[in-house]
Design a protein around this ligand. Structure first.
Ligand SMILES: NC(=O)c1ccc[n+]([C@@H]2O[C@H](COP(=O)([O-])OP(=O)(O)OC[C@H]3O[C@@H](n4cnc5c(N)ncnc54)[C@H](O)[C@@H]3O)[C@@H](O)[C@H]2O)c1
Ligand SMILES: [Zn+2]
Ligand SMILES: [Zn+2]
Length: 367
């Protein structure tokens, strides 16, 4: 079928919204009619060419939500009419990682997905007979996509898809970091560095876990205001003295849990240093630049601080994403303040400009 999609033709160039071909879903795959897609930093990062593993041409987009239209042979977990959120982090339920409660890093289709192919090593996207690669296994800046069923989370049929799409990446990453990776305990003191989509999600996650005190640190007062709306009890403008300030606020000890959601290795270091002696846990969510390293004084670890990383909030997508969407529908998570702009597919490049200008948290493309 012919679909309209936003194609990254060449690194560093605006996306080209154009017609491409999409083949029928193969075995284990589903055709999804996309209804909404958030614009995330990772899309822009890949478009810029800075990402060493990036490739072009490809159809970008990975924060998608839509409705299953048709399924290929053997598909049992989704069917026509189901509402789904796309998962760049799949869950096959059979690999050694999926069978372990310790990780969400499914191994089933990693290699092919990283190269831009569906699990069988081919593409469903093409143009003038030339294959066009899939991005993050999702390619959701498009009217339709074909994806493996293991990368589709079936969500409540009542969920509005223009909000549900945020659960495909940043929001779930932050929520999961607090709720799953760190599993914040009620009554704790938490510090969240960064108040973008991921950090705000982490603030909300800490609140849902019953944290008593949630300090959010960012450079932008408007974002700190949003953090208060998500449950932050204290806010700080970030700077070289942030750790000192946090130690002061916590009787000299530091926080039970710290979260880093900026991508800056200097801030990661602050997040480690702001964690409490004895048991403070620092969860790193940000993606650092290529070749950058995290500088930590080992004594901080010997004296009981721990550091861990979190990919997609440690969430096993097919189970945990529908559960989070359910909590949104129950009124536990306030999604609307994150959506600052609604755009058409043709306006996708404007979405990148808005992101660069830090205008709002998320632009959502309505399809
Ligand atoms: N681990 C994952 O699975 C995953 C998923 C999505 C995004 N990410 C990464 O998470 C990070 C955050 O993503 P986002 O979409 O929220 O980004 P964002 O750019 O919207 O937010 C980052 C925030 O950090 C703030 N910041 C910058 N320097 C700071 C400092 N010195 N002190 C305090 N705050 C500072 C900025 O003002 C901004 O508000 C990025 O690195 C992104 O690549 C990781
Ligand atoms: Zn993303
Ligand atoms: Zn798996």
């Amino acid at each position: 079928m012919k679909i309209r999609a936003a194609v990254l033709e060449e690194f560093g160039r605006p996306l080209n919204v154009t017609e491409v071909d999409l083949a029928e879903p193969g075995p284990g795959e589903a055709l999804v009619r996309l209804r909404a897609c958030g614009i995330c930093h990772t899309d822009m990062y890949s478009a810029s060419g800075v990402d060493p593993s990036g490739y072009a041409p490809t159809v970008l987009g990975h924060e998608g939500a839509g409705i299953v239209e048709r399924v290929g042979d053997g598909v049992t977990s989704v069917g026509p009419g189901d509402q789904v959120v796309t998962l760049f982090s799949p869950q096959c339920r059979a690999c050694v990682h999926c069978l372990s409660p310790k990780t969400n890093l499914c191994l089933a289709i990693r290699e092919q997905q990283n190269l831009g192919y569906l699990p069988d090593g081919t593409t469903r996207l093409s143009r003038a007979g030339e294959p066009l690669r899939h991005f993050m296994g999702t390619s959701t800046f498009a009217e339709y996509t074909v994806m493996p069923e293991i990368a589709l989370a079936r969500i409540d049929p009542e969920a509005p898809l223009d909000r549900a799409c945020l659960f495909a990446c940043g929001l779930s990453t932050g929520l999961g970091a607090a709720m799953k990776t760190a599993a914040v305990r009620a009554g704790s003191t938490c510090v969240v560095f960064g108040a973008g989509m991921v950090g705000l999600g982490a603030v909300a996650g800490c609140r849902l876990q019953g944290a008593e005190r949630i300090v959010c640190v960012d450079m932008a007062p408007a974002r700190l205001e949003l953090a208060r709306g998500q449950g932050a009890t204290d806010t700080l403008i970030g700077g070289p003295d942030t750790v000192e300030k946090i130690l002061e606020m916590t009787g000299g000890f530091g926080a039970d849990y710290t979260f880093e959601a900026t991508g800056s290795v200097a801030v990661m270091r602050q997040a480690v240093e702001a964690a409490r002696m004895g048991w403070g846990l620092c969860t790193v969510c940000g993606v650092a630049g290529r070749g950058e390293t995290l500088d930590v004084v080992p004594r901080l670890l010997i004296t009981g601080r721990r550091i861990c990383g979190s990919s997609f909030g440690g969430l096993k997508g097919r189970e945990d994403v529908p559960a989070l969407v359910r909590r949104y529908l129950d009124g536990d998570i306030d999604v609307d303040p994150f959506i600052s702009h609604r755009l058409t597919l043709d306006e996708v490049n404007r979405g990148f400009e808005l992101m660069e200008a830090q205008a709002g948290i998320r632009s959502v493309i309505e399809l």
